[in-house]
Design a protein around this ligand. Sequence first.
Ligand code: AMP
Ligand code: MN
Ligand code: MN
Ligand code: MN
Length: 285
Amino acid sequence: MNIPIIDLHCHSNVSDGLLSPAELMSHAAENNVQAIALTDHDDIAGLSEASITAKSLNIIFINGVEISVTWKKRTLHIVGLNFDKDNKLLFQGLKKIRDGRYKRAQLMADGLGMAGIQGAMDGAKSYAKNSTIGRIHFAQFLVAQGYAKDISAVFKKFLTPGKPGYVDHEWISLEESIRLINGAGGDAIIAHPGRYDMGNKLYPKLFQEFKDLGGTGVEVMSGSQDPSQANYFSKLAANYNLFSSCGSDFHGKGISHRALGNVRSLPNDSIPIWTKWDQIKKLFH
Ligand code: AMP
Ligand code: MN
Ligand code: MN
Ligand code: MN
C-alpha cells in the first residue's frame, strides 16, 4: 500500500519561512503531499490563504500554529493542530507572544550592538518585512553582512545561549499554551522533542505534565530531530497515552534540513494523531 504523505509542521513567510502560504501549498502539491498543516511561529495569519490554495490543489488542510513556551527555564515549542482559527482568546494570546517577540528582537539588536554590530534591528526587519520577527531574520542579516558563512554558522556564533545576539526570553507557560489550543478546540503537540536534549529523567516529567495539562500528542518524527530518536519518543508517548505526529519543519530551501513532505513513516507502535480526525481518515480508506 502507498502510505499517504502527511506533513503536519512547516513555515511560511508569515513567520520565518521563505515561501508565501500559497507558494508553500503549491510546493506541497509538487512534492505529492496529501495532507498538510501550516504551523507558523506564534501566528495564524497565513491559514486562510493556505487553506484556500490547498483546497484548490486537492490537499487536505489542517489549521496549525507553533507556540513558543518557557518550561523550567527552557524554550519549548508546542504545535497546535486542527483548531478554530477564528477563536478570540487564541488570537489575543498569540498577539501577546508576538509583542514579546518584538521586544526580544530589540534586546537582541542591543546585544549585537554591544558586540560592534550596528543596525541589526533594521537589518532583521528588512528580512522579516511584515512577518513575525525571529532569530532567522537576524541570521539572514548577519550572513548578508558577512559575519558568518551560512545560517547554521551564524546561529552558533551569535544567536544561541551565551552569544551576543541571544536573549533569554520568557515566553508563555506550557499550561497557557495548551489552554489556548484546547480552548479553540484543537490538539496540542510537543514539537521536535529531540531538540531539547533533556535526558531520560526530564523527558518523562515533561510528557507527564503535558498530559496532565491536557496535551494530546508528540512529534515522534520531525525534520529537525534525528530519526533514530523516533522509537524512544514513540514508546514514551505511548506510556503517557499521547498520540504521535510528524512534520518536516520545512522553512525553505537553504534554511531547512528537510524537504517539504519528506517525513518518514511513524514507528509501528505509534498511534497517529490523525486517527482522531475525520478529514484525514479518508486517505486511509
Ligand atoms: P525564534 O523562535 O525566533 O527563537 O527562532 C527559532 C527558529 O530559528 C527555529 O524555528 C528555526 O527556524 C531557527 N533555528 C534555530 N536554531 C537554528 C540553527 N542552529 N540553524 C538554523 N536555524 C535555526
Ligand atoms: Mn522557525
Ligand atoms: Mn520549532
Ligand atoms: Mn517549526
